[in-house]
Design a protein around this ligand. Structure first.
Ligand code: FAD
Length: 393
């Protein structure tokens, strides 16, 4: 039996917020989204990968459009520098199917599919609190509105989380990730690298970190982009040059010559440096509150699972709303189903971070069998779509 006549307020209108809004609307609720930013979220030009079966499920369910461009690849290639030289050594090729997306296009598609949802831009929520007669209140600078359910999709510093799990704090990993995109013409004159990224996503190991590369569609029609994430220690306090220069410096220090040249070429079309950190809320819903996406948990990005989890959160919300006699019952079912995933991903992200940044192996000495053994030892039984092939062996 579905809950009917529900009013849902969603705090945050990014990937998790839009997906949760679609879920609520599809379950028949009246949904209002409050997004702090009045800028264009679609301009966030980063790459994001999701599992192909999830992509297919979201298209079939109407969250994503089949026409949204993606750049799926079936494999992962592991590279390192040749010992004592600067040429590239291919360590292994694993079956690892991923669907890379352009973050802005993903957001725009979710936003467009949030039919019938009221979406307020430039409306920061200042407080979320329980109403004494039931439900919850969302406060902004100019308004106060009551809802049956409030969804916190407001990211790592969630005000919604503060209403029912105030003690949860991110735990820093002690290293950073540089995330950006490069125009495709950086690959001109590098036919081998071009061929690799057309068919696979790349993990490039070095002592104390690694880089990840994959193609994504462009924001507008036209050529795609080369997305990257490079993990390693933070820049020294004495570093005063541009951030782009630091990324080039890391590549020059650690990458094979061809890949360092690619990173050195062309203006980075987007670039951000994130301190890597993680946390999870033990129970992700407590009626009338519910958390989704990064508001509920953050894993180290080696799992490529934050947006994935947010989208799965939404599919779960739609299902429990449609199967429950009351909002409180739906939220309890949501908490039962989704609370464990944050903890699981945090543990997996830590294991991957230890193995791929904090205690890196002698990458260049490894071949396909060693990479497969090392992958299995790192996963320690945990599932990850990024390691599909080695898990099935
Ligand atoms: C380097 C890196 C690589 C990654 N790669 C992947 C990947 O390949 N695959 C994957 O699945 N995930 C990946 N992730 C994780 C993914 O980017 C995030 O988990 C996801 O974008 C989180 O979405 P969200 O909507 O929960 O949070 P956010 O995108 O942070 O959105 C929160 C929104 O809430 C709004 N907001 C905040 N406070 C308020 C307020 N008080 N009032 C109103 N609005 C508010 C903000 O403006 C924002 O729009 C990666 C992360 C990093 C750092």
């Amino acid at each position: 039996m579905a809950v009917t006549g529900l009013r849902i307020g969603v705090v945050g209108g990014s990937v998790a917020g839009c997906a949760m809004a679609i879920a609520g609307a599809r379950a028949g609720a009246e949904v209002t989204v409050y997004e702090r930013s009045d800028g264009a979220l679609e301009d966030r030009g980063f790459g994001i990968v999701i599992p192909p079966p999830l992509h297919a499920e979201l298209v079939a369910a109407g969250y994503l459009d089949s026409g949204m461009p993606t750049a799926p690849v079936p494999s992962r290639v592991w590279l390192a520098r040749e010992p004592g030289g600067r040429s590239t050594r291919e360590l292994a090729r694993q079956e690892s199917a991923v669907t890379p997306c352009h973050w802005g296009l993903l957001w725009r598609t979710l936003r467009a599919n949030a039919d019938g949802v009221t979406y307020h831009r430039g409306r920061p929520v200042t407080q979320v609190l329980r109403h004494p007669s039931g439900g919850a209140v969302i406060r902004t600078a100019g308004s106060e509105k009551r809802y049956d359910v409030v969804v916190g999709a407001d990211g790592p510093r969630s005000v919604t989380r503060a209403a029912f799990a105030p003690g949860v704090r991110p735990v820093p990993a002690g290293y950073v990730v540089w995330r950006g995109t490069l125009p495709l013409d950086v690959l001109t004159g590098h036919p081998h690298q071009w061929e690799l990224v057309r068919t696979a996503w790349i993990t490039l190991g070095f002592r104390g970190g690694h880089g990840v590369f994959y193609l994504i569609p462009g924001a507008a029609e036209g050529p795609g982009l080369l997305a990257y994430a490079i993990y390693g220690p933070p820049p020294p306090p004495s570093w005063t040059a541009a951030r782009e220069e630091y990324v080039r410096h890391v590549a020059e220090e650690h990458f094979p010559a061809g890949w360092a040249e690619i990173v050195a070429r062309g203006a980075h079309t987007s670039l951000a440096c994130h301190d890597v950190a993680d946390f999870h809320v033990p129970r992700v819903a407590e009626p009338p509150f519910l958390l989704a996406g990064d508001a509920a948990s953050i894993t180290r990005p080696h799992t490529a699972s934050g947006a994935t989890k947010a989208l799965q959160d939404a599919l779960c919300l739609e299902r429990v709303l449609q199967a429950s006699p009351s909002a409180a019952d739906a939220l309890r079912r949501y908490a039962d189903e989704r609370s464990g995933e944050g903890a699981r991903l945090v543990a997996l992200g830590r294991r991957l971070g230890h193995a791929m940044v904090e205690r890196t192996p002698d990458w260049a000495a490894m071949g396909p069998a060693e990479v497969a053994d090392w992958s299995r030892a790192t996963l320690d039984g945990a599932g990850s779509y990024l390691y599909g092939g080695v898990q099935r062996e």
